[in-house]
Design a protein around this ligand. Structure first.
Ligand code: GLY
Length: 258
């Protein structure tokens, strides 16, 4: 089964970390409604969803992706780059322990899961303000014995690697070339976001389709022209918290019950 771990929206969402977007008021009730619809979209596209309860003390804790990197063989619990987010990992580690052997990123390493793009056995890691060289080296050490090739990628002007590039098919990436060096992705077919939609590269690829924020119609047209089926989800309030569609779940295969 395909399992998605999610966590409810913190009452303090509006107090979360912001790096590249300006702070503006967030409608918390709407954020929760949008998150519920996102969870419904995960289910509609074949996921069994395990929803962890919201933690009101941890403003960014809905963005579970940043707390772990899950591959078939193991899960690496991260040490998030923002100190305010480090309290998010213990409950995720407890949840993941049922499904995978665990490793963890240790001080002085930092790593955010939003910086880690796994495509087959290739693992691209954004060298961002959140993920440092030590964290990337620790991830490499954990994954290399399992046949993964871990490569650091330069970023600019965005929070995470997956703000700038995600996989939309086994051989295709969706990319914002203004935010990431595209050369590491030369082996892949590349679809560029529409330049008027710089945040559109963050998509969540599931076996039955691709989830993308609904507010990027021009980039969606480019994906559909390439034969990719897109489910649009309105996430305006989570986007104000510098989140997007990959951030709100950890998706992986398991034979265990949820
Ligand atoms: N607000 C999401 C983050 O900065 O981690």
């Amino acid at each position: 089964m395909l399992l998605a771990i999610t966590r409810g929206v913190s009452a303090r969402l509006a107090e979360g970390e912001l790096s590249f977007v300006a702070r503006e008021p967030i409608d918390l009730a709407l954020a929760r409604t949008q998150h519920r619809r996102y969870v419904e979209a995960l289910r509609a596209l074949g996921c069994t969803v395990r929803e962890l309860p919201a933690d009101d003390d941890l403003a960014d804790s809905v963005f579970v992706e940043d707390t772990a990197v899950v591959v078939d063989e193991l899960a690496v619990v991260t040490r998030p780059g923002a100190p305010s987010r480090r309290g998010e990992t213990a409950s995720i580690a407890a949840a993941l322990a049922a499904y995978r052997p665990l490793r963890e990123i240790l001080e002085p390493g930092t790593l955010d899961g939003g910086d880690v793009l796994v495509i087959g056995r290739r693992v691209f890691v954004g060298a961002s303000a959140r993920s440092n060289a030590d964290g990337i080296a620790q991830l490499r050490e954990a994954l290399t014995p399992h046949g993964y090739r871990v490569q650091a990628v330069a970023l600019r002007d965005c929070l995470h690697l997956k703000s700038a590039v995600t996989a939309v098919a086994a051989d295709t990436v969706l990319v914002n070339p203004d935010w990431v060096d595209t050369r590491p992705f030369d082996a892949f077919r590349q679809i560029r976001i529409d330049p008027s939609e710089p945040h559109a590269a963050n998509t969540l690829r599931l076996p039955q389709g691709l989830i993308q924020p609904a507010c990027f119609p021009r980039t969606r047209q480019r994906l559909e022209a390439a034969g990719i089926v897109v489910t649009g989800v309105d996430l305006s309030e989570l986007q104000k918290a510098e989140g997007a569609v990959t951030c709100c779940s950890l998706v992986f295969r398991t034979n265990h019950a949820a």
